[in-house]
Design a protein around this ligand. Structure first.
Ligand SMILES: Nc1ncnc2c1ncn2[C@@H]1O[C@H](COP(=O)(O)OP(=O)(O)OP(=O)(O)O)[C@@H](O)[C@H]1O
Length: 247
């Protein structure tokens, strides 16, 4: 891992009416890192992702991406700079094939229509990405016929095909079986370090196995940060998860 900073979040605040979701979030993700972001339900993890990705404007604070201040950039501008994300909810088109979905990843974001038919052509990057994620034998299968685990692999392939420098993964293992989680963990482990990962995940085994650094969001701030071993042994973090944390 280098000392270059991929992502810098400084003093971010966000409220929804009287609900303070972030009061003063500071987060630094090193280039090449596998950085886990954890916290109990409602801690504000997805809200933070939405602000980093540009879908939500923070009330206060700044966001830097490889040294570039992106706080006021649109989602598209951030995507073009190399910021990619996956969602908790699937964004795939179920009625067409894996190949046709993958071809969308290199398109302009518009769905095909009568005037713009589905593209079947996959360039070398798409083919290599599909292969890395075990999708080559499934290219002509309908997305609606895929298992939950394979859907997650396809979503990952779609966003990786955009060649992001930083990938925000929002609960990549949600809804997966134990064996599907293992497959996904291996695939994430095998990703090249040119892609920095910031990952929200409730499966603690997976976070501890994949991350080289973990931040814990609690009550609007980063409550603790450290190596997986430090976080696993942190009394305060354990209290939060057991519902024993004090204000
Ligand atoms: N657009 C919104 N309007 C109002 N409240 C919102 C909005 N988005 C999120 N919230 C609230 O903000 C809080 C934080 O939500 P968020 O989804 O960021 O938490 P989370 O840590 O990702 O939770 P989970 O682990 O359950 O996904 C929750 O109480 C949620 O209900």
């Amino acid at each position: 891992m280098s000392t270059e900073q991929a992502l810098g979040v400084a003093g971010i605040a966000k409220s929804f009416g009287s609900l303070v979701v972030a009061s003063d979030v500071h987060l630094s993700v090193a280039a090449g890192a596998r950085h886990g972001l954890i916290g109990v339900n409602g801690a504000g993890k997805t809200t933070l992702f939405n602000m980093i990705a540009g879908e939500l404007r923070p009330d206060r604070g700044d966001i830097h991406f490889f040294g570039d201040r992106i706080t006021r950039d649109s989602v598209i501008q951030r995507t073009l700079k190399g910021l990619g994300r996956t969602y908790q909810v699937s964004t795939l088109v179920p009625t067409v094939t894996v190949r046709q979905n993958l071809a969308l990843a290199r398109g302009d974001g518009r769905l095909p229509s009568l005037w713009q038919p589905w593209d079947e052509a996959l360039d070398d990057v798409l083919l290599a990405t599909a292969d890395r994620l075990g999708l080559t034998p499934l290219l002509d299968d309908l997305v609606s016929s895929l298992s939950h685990g394979t859907l997650r692999q396809l979503e990952l392939a779609m966003v990786l095909a955009q060649e992001p420098r930083l990938l925000l993964l929002d609960e990549p293992a949600a809804g997966l079986s134990r064996s599907e989680r293992q497959v996904l963990t291996e695939m994430l482990r095998d990703l090249p370090r040119e892609v920095t990962l910031l990952m929200i995940e409730h499966d603690m085994d997976m976070v501890l196995a994949l991350s080289d650094r973990i931040s814990v969001l609690h009550q609007g701030e980063v409550f603790a940060e450290g190596s997986p071993d430090e976080i696993a042994a942190h009394d305060g973090v354990r209290d939060i998860y057991l519902g024993r944390a004090h204000d």
